[in-house]
Design a protein around this ligand. Structure first.
Ligand code: 5GP
Length: 125
């Protein structure tokens, strides 16, 4: 069920629980501002999720309330993971679903990184 991205942050969401170490994840990278881990239901040979450590529902929420340091840290982490996972030469795709029309399921901002195969048209049409 897609979430309403205008609602306040819910600290019981699954990614908040992953951040707190309450449920396991296959972690790839972590620093002060971001955590990257493998998606539990991969849609491509490489399917990684990168999340900020702060409590933000969406990209627009993060861009409004996040500090410059948090935002820079998160953006740098996404690029570092792409480089470290060897995705740059062949190419990869970033995707952030926000709210109902995009089908966002988890109300903690996340960027999907897809790679490892041709990724098809942008909107799957
Ligand atoms: P969204 O549709 O919100 O953009 O994407 C949520 C993603 O989170 C989905 O790709 C889904 O497979 C992934 N996901 C949901 N629950 C878990 C979990 O417990 N662990 C991991 N690693 N990924 C999850």
């Amino acid at each position: 069920m897609p979430i309403d991205a205008t609602k306040p942050y819910d600290p019981s969401n699954i990614f908040a629980r992953i951040l707190r170490g309450e449920i396991p994840s296959k972690r790839i990278y972590e620093d002060d501002h971001a955590l990257a881990f493998h998606d539990i239901n991969p849609q491509a040979p490489v399917h990684i999720l990168v999340i900020p450590k702060g409590a933000y529902v969406s990209w627009d929420d993060f861009s409004e309330r996040g500090s410059d340091e948090e935002i820079a840290g998160f953006i740098r982490a996404v690029g570092k993971v792409a480089r470290d996972m060897g995705l740059v030469a062949r190419g990869y795709r970033l995707l952030a679903n926000i709210g109902r029309l995009a089908g966002q399921e988890v109300p903690h901002l996340h960027v999907h990184i897809f790679g490892g195969q041709p990724l098809g048209p942008m909107l799957g049409r």
